[in-house]
Structures are given as C-alpha cells and as structure tokens.
Design a protein around this ligand. Structure first.
Ligand code: IPD
Ligand code: CA
Ligand code: CA
Length: 258
C-alpha cells in the first residue's frame, strides 16, 4: 500500500508545485485561516485516487465536510499543510497523509515538493527521508535544545489562547537554545524525527496536521504526548508535545509551569 500511496502523493505534489509558483487568489476560512483553489484541487485529486485504490478506508480531509467523521480504518489528509507559507512562497509546505488501521497509525507520508523532501514511515519499519533512515537527536540538555512551535489561528480572536502562547514562550525561550516557528506542523514533526529539532509543541492542531508526522516521529525513536505526558489523542487533545524522548519530561514541566 505504501508504494502506491507515495506514487499518488508525488503526482499530487506536481499540482502543489504549480500553485506555489503561480499567482493565486486567497480566500479566508477565518480571520487568519487561508485557503486557495490548490488546497481543494490537491485534496480532490488525492481523494479521488485513494478512493479507487484503497476502497476499504474512510477518507478524512481538511477541506471536506467533517461534520460526521468516521474514524477507524482511515486515511487522514492535509492537502497543503503550511498554506500561509504556500501563499507567500515560503518553501516549508507539504502534503501530509496518515493511514490508520483501527484508529492506530499504520503509514505516514509527508511530502514537500518544493524542497524535494519525502518523509515516510510504516509501523515497525523505521522512518525515512528520501529513502535514507532518519533518527531523532540524542541531545538531552534542554538548554542546548532547539524547540519548535506554532501559533494557532485562534491567536487572532481568542485572548486566552494568545496569552497561553506568550506565557509558554516566556518560560521556555530562556531555558532552551532557541525557538523556531516554521509554519507547517507536519514538517515540524518530521524535523524532530530527523534530529533537527529536539522538541516541538503546539495547541489547537487538527488531526490532519499531525496524522502522518506522529508515526514518522515515533518510528524515528521520538516521543509524543499531550501536555500532561499522557497518550496524545487525535481529534481530542488541545496540545501536542513531541520530542526526541530525552527532553520530554522537561518540556512537559516547562509547558505546565505557572
Ligand atoms: C497549519 C500549519 C501551521 C500551524 C497551524 C496549522 P494549514 O495548517 O500546520 O504550522 O501552526 O496551526 O493549522 O492551515 O496550513 O493546513
Ligand atoms: Ca495543516
Ligand atoms: Ca491545510
């Protein structure tokens, strides 16, 4: 299944690339939440091909009607993760596809066609970037750790969320090497998986932002939890915390510090 999945995602990558280099109209789903015709085109292309190739899986996708989600044996699709980057030609943007069997991760693929980076993982088989095995960093000193995060779209409308973002940065920034905000949650998880970042956290993500990256990080030796250090629940948890494992406890402590 993985090879076919990748073949289809690479084809969809051509569409993303075409859009990235063209002038495009931008629509707003909310104050800060953008969408273009390419988000919809990539999603429709993937759904169409996946439904023919993998008919036993339900398809869950960002730009579709998600009022009645049937999560089980599912393929969870973010057609363009990092749409703000895509619109502004910042090259950190990717197609993210996570395959779940009985609600457990089975295959994850994150493809950035602009930088030509394809991350993939299958349960029990490790994680790969363009065919080469990747592993998390071994850094265990929080002060030397590069941490990534993201800012929720709700930071433009919800004062509590904005306060929480600022409070956490105020606590974590002096204690770590530095903080990055790359603009694509799926790639953030892959960057922890490849050992570039030691840790990553973000609030208010949707299942399609992380469905693939979760498995890619776990198979690269990393750790994922919610903000209490418990198993991260797709569709449920407000915060995701993802690390190389070595700094996990300390990141959780800092995220909960008052
Ligand atoms: C967004 C990106 C971004 C994260 C946002 C996500 P989108 O996804 O992953 O990095 O900070 O919270 O919603 O809207 O570009 O698919
Ligand atoms: Ca996304
Ligand atoms: Ca998206």
């Amino acid at each position: 299944m993985k090879d076919k999945l990748i073949e289809i995602i690479k084809e969809a990558g051509e569409l993303l690339k075409e859009g990235y280099f063209s002038n495009k109209e931008v629509n707003f789903k909310a104050k800060k939440d953008l969408v273009t015709k390419y988000d919809v085109a990539v999603e429709n292309f993937l759904k169409n091909r996946f439904s023919k190739e993998f008919p036993s899986f339900t398809l869950i996708a960002e730009e579709s009607d998600n009022t009645d989600i049937k999560f089980g044996d599912s393929i969870i699709i973010d057609p363009i993760d990092g749409t703000t980057n895509f619109v502004n030609q910042v090259p950190h943007t990717a197609i993210s596809v996570g395959v779940y069997k009985n609600k457990e991760p089975y295959i994850g693929v994150v493809y950035n066609p602009i930088l030509n980076e394809l991350y993939e993982a299958k349960t029990g088989c490790g994680s790969f970037l363009n065919g080469k095995k990747i592993e998390v960093s071994k850094e265990n000193d929080f002060q030397k750790s590069l941490i990534s995060t993201g800012f929720p779209y709700t930071s433009g409308s919800n004062q509590n969320d904005l306060n929480d973002v600022i409070k956490k940065i105020e606590i974590i920034l002096p204690k770590c090497q530095d903080i990055r905000r790359l603009g694509s949650a799926s790639l953030d998880l892959c960057y922890v998986a490849r050992g570039t970042y030691e840790g990553y956290y973000e609030m208010n993500l949707k299942a399609w932002d992380v469905s693939a990256g979760i498995l890619i990080l776990l198979e690269a030796g990393g750790k994922i939890s919610n903000i209490n250090g418990e198993k991260y629940k797709l569709f449920d948890d407000k915060y995701i915390v993802a690390t190389n494992g070595y700094i996990h406890k300390e990141l959780i402590l800092n995220l909960n510090a008052k």
